[in-house]
Design a protein around this ligand. Sequence first.
Ligand SMILES: Nc1ncnc2c1ncn2[C@@H]1O[C@H](COP(=O)(O)OP(=O)(O)OP(=O)(O)O)[C@@H](O)[C@H]1O
Ligand SMILES: [Mg+2]
Length: 230
Amino acid sequence: MTRGVFVTGTDTGVGKTFVACAIVHALRARGLRVAPMKPVAAGAVWRDGAWANEDTLALAGAAGAGAPSLDAITPLLLRDPMAPHIAAAREGMPIALAPLVEAHRRLASQWDFTVVEGVGGFHVPLGPSLDARDLARALGLPVVLVVGLRLGCLNHALLTAESIERAGLAFAGWIANAIDPRMSAADENVAALAGRLPAPLIGRLPFTPGADPRAAAGLLDASALAGPGA
Ligand SMILES: Nc1ncnc2c1ncn2[C@@H]1O[C@H](COP(=O)(O)OP(=O)(O)OP(=O)(O)O)[C@@H](O)[C@H]1O
Ligand SMILES: [Mg+2]
């Protein structure tokens, strides 16, 4: 049985990579061998003689020594930092689910747990008739929702929760991530979501300049993700 989670967010830039890395650290601390994945990444930097994506590098760093290769973590790397279906069309590399599912299957067969970061928000298009939801569905993983705490997050979180349910996916939990240090009434916003989202709050992460995922790992309820036995 594949054990893993698909990490989505209320938007781009809300802390999916930060949280995914924190989840990797939290599960590793419980003795699990964890493979991170960012199946589709748009935006490449030249690093150590090859193109790589910053999220891919961060996830590989969280996985530590012996992490899967960058190509295994991100089988589809698009050069331009833009909406993936547009980058894919420009590069003449249409996004297909089958190779991504196969790449995930290979990782899942070799590791105890996979932590898969989605791309953008849950409805981000991946092609003319494909979006991030379809990727999550094809992988069949329970979804973790990162709520970037800022004005507007209630609506985005509730819409995403409805979409997770409609996609027929398990909603494993959500994480309240403080990305805006000036947000007013953050506690009330978290309470509003706790009363409405049909999944447990598995962590509340404060605004921390430099956002260190290893430190954040201790604030996550890893047993909600891995099960109490792990
Ligand atoms: N709790 C936090 N405190 C301070 N900074 C944070 C926090 N969470 C995230 N950040 C910062 O916000 C930025 C966006 O976070 P991150 O890259 O994890 O978002 P993302 O959802 O993965 O974005 P993308 O859609 O581009 O993949 C990063 O610079 C990160 O360090
Ligand atoms: Mg990211």
